[in-house]
Write a protein that binds this ligand. Structure first.
Ligand code: PEP
Ligand code: MN
Length: 347
């Protein structure tokens, strides 16, 4: 983290809910020195029936708090953008459910161009699924429209996966890392709230983002009374909790270098452990399917070893290796072992 003056922190409620909730939360944040405020005005809910945001009415409270020029909210279409701009917001962001849709991103990008925005800060969250090209493409659309790179922020909020995870959205750290290597000028912000899903995990995500990967800033959900929040109650922090956390995370950076390296090492080892776990689960699944294939072959009196099929498999592995820039022989050696075991099981 650069410095603990909170300039690179955007905090505020998941949703603007009511006058009292918003004014109290903003008052607490500002008293603690956090001036960039977030607040959901239109809420994209995965399922119908939940609170979908106050819509334009939220700006009554934003204006009453006199913070329009330090306000950030999510927009998903041209109309929402127009309303947000008409109230003079400092920034908008494109949410994870919108980044997956190039039509919607282009609509927002066209709106930005038509409004002649240049100074507006535009955040682009990663798409819900781990698709780097969609994320990069959305950023390019915003850039091509009119927003200079220095005003674009990539926001990493984790990915929806079906792996067992203690987090709500899996932080596959290498994907934002690859984005940064494709776009070195891009500012990277972490959204630890939507990764964590539970407030107890927010600090460890902030720590990794700032102390392992050197993120430029964070957007964090804060609420004056988190347990009573209408959306994302489990992951929101009280403003005081957030600054205490940020100060601890910052203190870690200024500790001597060796402990930072130890922290990095631990993080990468944890990541390797998780990957190993995934590999083992996949191998177990593969063996199970192999057994089923064995049964089918025996029922139809086929030989266990099918030369053509094996050739097809290794061709695919070799092509994938070339695609990803991995040593082909290395992968083929591993597949030899996998295949041998598979034949053995089928016998
Ligand atoms: C949000 O920031 O409140 C939100 C809905 O986030 P995401 O798009 O990351 O799910
Ligand atoms: Mn939220």
């Amino acid at each position: 983290m650069k410095a603990n003056n909170y300039e690179n922190i955007i905090a505020g409620p998941c949703s603007v809910e009511s006058r009292d909730q918003f004014l109290l939360t903003v008052g607490q944040l500002r008293a603690l020195g956090i001036n960039n405020i977030r607040g959901g005005v239109w809420k994209p809910r995965t399922k119908p029936g939940g609170f979908e945001g106050l819509g334009e009415k939220a700006f009554d409270f934003i204006e009453e708090a006199k913070i329009s020029d330090s306000m950030f909210c999510e927009v998903a279409n041209a109309k929402q953008l127009e309303i947000a701009l008409s109230h003079g917001v400092k920034g908008i962001w494109i949410g994870a459910r919108t980044t997956v849709d190039p039509f919607a991103v282009q609509e927002v990008a066209d709106g930005l161009r038509e409004a002649g925005c240049k100074d507006l800060i535009v955040g682009v969250k990663n798409p819900v699924c781990p698709d780097l090209d969609l994320w990069e493409g959305a950023i390019q659309r915003i850039q091509n429209a009119c927003i200079p790179m220095e005003n674009i922020i990539a926001i990493f909020r984790g990915f929806k996966t079906y792996s067992n995870s203690k987090y709500r959205n899996e932080p596959i750290w290498r994907i934002p890392l690859e984005l940064k290597s494709r776009m070195p000028e891009l500012k990277m912000y972490i959204d630890p709230s939507h990764i964590a899903g539970k407030r107890v995990y927010v600090e460890e995500i902030l720590n990794v983002a700032f102390n392992v990967y050197d993120y430029d800033g964070a957007i964090v959900e804060c609420h004056c009374n988190p347990n009573e929040a209408w959306t994302d109650a489990k992951q929101q922090l009280e403003p005081k909790e957030l600054v205490e956390m940020l100060d601890r995370v910052h203190a870690k950076v200024v500790e001597e270098n060796s402990s930072t390296s130890e922290q990095k090492l631990k993080h990468f080892r944890d990541e390797i452990d998780e990957i190993d776990n995934d590999i083992i689960n996949c191998l177990a699944k593969r063996l199970q399917v192999s057994k089923e294939i064995g049964k089918c072959k025996s029922e139809s009196h086929m030989k266990v070893y099918q030369k053509d099929r094996w050739q097809e498999v290794i061709n695919k592995v070799a092509a994938k290796a070339r695609d990803l820039g991995i040593d082909e022989d290395y992968l083929l050696d591993i597949w030899e072992i996998i295949h041998e075991k598979s034949i053995e099981e089928q016998k």
